[in-house]
Design a protein around this ligand. Sequence first.
Ligand code: FAD
Length: 503
Amino acid sequence: MRDDLIRKVVIVGGGTAGWMAAAAMSRIIGGMPGLSIELVESEQIGTVGVGEATIPQLVLFNQLLGIDEDEFIKATHGTYKLGIEFRDWVRIGHRYIHPFGFYGPDMKGIEFYHYWLKGRGLGDATPLDAYSISAMAALSTKMMRPRPDLPNSPVSKIAYAFQFDASLYARFLRTRAEAWGVVRTEGRIVEVAQDAESGFIEAVLLEDGRRIEGDLFIDCSGFRGLLIEQTLRSGFEDWSKWLPNDRAIAIPTESSGDETPLTRATARPAGWQWRIPLQHRVGNGHVYSSAHMSDEDALDLLLANLDGAPLADPNRLRFKAGYRRQAWVKNVVALGLAGGFLEPLESTSIHLVQSGIARLMTLFPSRRWNDAEIRRYNERTIREYEDIRDFLVLHYLATQRDDTPYWDYCRNIDPPPGLAEKLEMFRSNGRVFREHEELFTETSWQAVLIGQEIEAGGYHPVADLLSDEETLTRLRHIREVIADTVRQLPTQREFLRMNNSAS
Ligand code: FAD
């Protein structure tokens, strides 16, 4: 057996990030000879207490852990989600959907939306949503999982994610992680011991004097970044100039009975409001820029725009958009809020935990610590954050709103270089490319570029291999098939009941 293997992993923090890491690591590498995993958390400190909307990749994470999806939905009071609805982002009264999955079928080797662009030029004003099974199902509050057994049906490609109570998810994962051998320790960390020469973390010390030693530490301590920042001073890259929102207020409300499988993001005078329907309640929150709105006004605005009675006091949160310059320093890897934060406009935070875990599993170290591998981990992490940042910034700068100083600021944001290039390509020729392994696919970029009313300068010339008449006929046929399929699907509530996942 190798004599340089990691013998002990210590996870600091038991929020969603900590328990996702504990469950995944115990499931994937828990059987490594001599390896033990311990998670330290403090009930006294608690967790951030928000985080409800996700993206489809979480389906794969759960599958990797062997989780029964219906059991998981029931335990977390979850609902299905088929996309995000953006209201008032372009101008007040405007709306569009960023659906999961695809638009239409690929035709003659090019993406469907080129035919849609061509059709629009021919006078067909049908919105792009009409060609997305996810968008159309969501608008009718319908739900279905993909049916690969029906390869010719649009449902074969339907993509979905979940809306759930992230604290319940953490609890759900805890049960599994503990069954797979993770030891949970309750206690408040008050000191961190480092090797005097290398600066590597040797142990964390608890308030009651206990000392927990480890070889590899996963910092899931939330915004404070107990190890990665407070101890190892990774540094923080501040992206406030691109994403100026720095506060949020969250308030759950009674269920209104509307279980539309969509997360809603409604633009407000100095930020935006989320609405996330779960089975037992609705999650609501107002994300805003403190430079443009007072906390008092932000709360009043949120309270005035709730569609049910509040179930709890407002949870106020402060943050800064950006990331730790190095997510991995010495023997510490930061996951979750300890690693960085991008506002929940596209529900990406829980995914960032998932992808961080996946990267760590690929590059799982030995005690010989390889600098090139650590560099690679950090470069990939930064790139992932930058890609998501660019996608978020698009929603703000592509607005036509000029009703408040906040929207004036947003409209005039200088795009980061990657986004500037994407905008130029789309404006000049209607082209959209997914760069390297970026999270958001061409469909997502198309949805938001077109949804935000950025004008495509043209469409792919291959679309002209179909005559104008044939193009319009095909478009009509595709949307009719989708509409007809949606009519036959069960509602979200019926689907939950069918699968015994109604809570
Ligand atoms: P936390 O939940 O803060 O957990 C930190 C843990 O560290 C706790 O267990 C705490 O006890 C422990 N800890 C800290 N210090 C110590 C100490 N000294 N000793 C012992 N233990 C300690 N994500 C999404 O994917 N979708 C969303 O819709 C979404 N919405 C969000 C809305 C807002 C306003 C915010 C701020 C975040 C949102 N997120 C969302 C992000 C999501 O909430 C987090 O990514 C997720 O909950 C993970 O949090 P965490 O585990 O990193 O941190």
